[in-house]
Ligand binder design. Sequence first.
Ligand code: AKB
Length: 358
Amino acid sequence: MKNLRVFGRIHNARRNYSPLPVDPLLRFKTISQTQKAPRVLITGSLGQLGRGLNSVYKYMYGSECVVMSDIVRLPANATDVSDYNYLDILNQGSIEEIVVNKNIDTIVHFSALLSAVGETNVPLALQVNCRGVENILQVAAKHKLKVFIPSTIGAFGPTTPRENTPDLTVQCPTTIYGVSKVYAERLGEYFNHRFGVDFRSMRFPGIISATKPGGGTTDYAIQIFYDALQKGKHTCYLRPDTRLPMMYDTDCMASVIQLLAADSQSLKRRTYNVTGFSFTPEEIADAIRRVMPGFEIDYDICPTRQSIADSWPMSLDDSEARKDWGWNPEYGLDETVQVMFALLRREEDKPTKIVSTA
Ligand code: AKB
């Protein structure tokens, strides 16, 4: 949890974001004081978001509240992870076994193939992103669980209005990732009204965290910080004017925890847009230059990722989430740049890699 302390040093001077509180953990503490501890199973927990969420939940409710799972061996530096289990989400019986044995009441289903990697292996994307979701929802229906399955800006497509994209609009994505996430949204809503499953979802923008993702279109927005520190320069695979919505990691963790803690009655829909801020590669490079004046960026466009990015919204309307369950991001672009450098610089001084940003 040491990384959490970095947040207190950042000051938010932008409009549209709440000023960062004196106590950066306040929003997590407040929820933990009013809500009973859940028993959360995180699938795909060694990906970009799982370890951060594990750390936040443990901070809120102690080490007993999270069960971590994935299909790979735990890395040697994963001292933050306890109760780690092998779980193949394609095996419904195994999901059920862990739910029963560990007395789980909530599943956060992070296992998924992201947008760019999905295009390189469509059969696997169908398995993981569709069959996996079906299994999770069926187990949730049988054992009366609350379920969070993230969706994405990738669930929109080229015919969606690209600016200030609302919750309810055209959803005709052109990637297998997007198609599978629309399926997850619709299937979750169906299980909610047909079987009463407490399904909750959000369409995430690109998430900027110190933990690296794998195979996404927005990944450059993390790599740029590693490259800035290691080489003073980044070669970007997207055009300089490609505007995409993004969000800082801690805001992402807060959104999951807040949505899961929200009173079911207050939810007018089961899938909400959430966002932090939008920028282009050119604009993030400028923001980095404000703290690292010599930083350079050049471009070597990847046609696959560029065409995916061109089909996605440039900004999201998340007013429904703000209204219904109090969504309120705290990090803008400049705050994100500061906290990312603070985290990565501190990790550079350590013998091990970054393990948690939450
Ligand atoms: C990706 O780029 O595929 C993901 C996403 C926006 O869902 N980060």
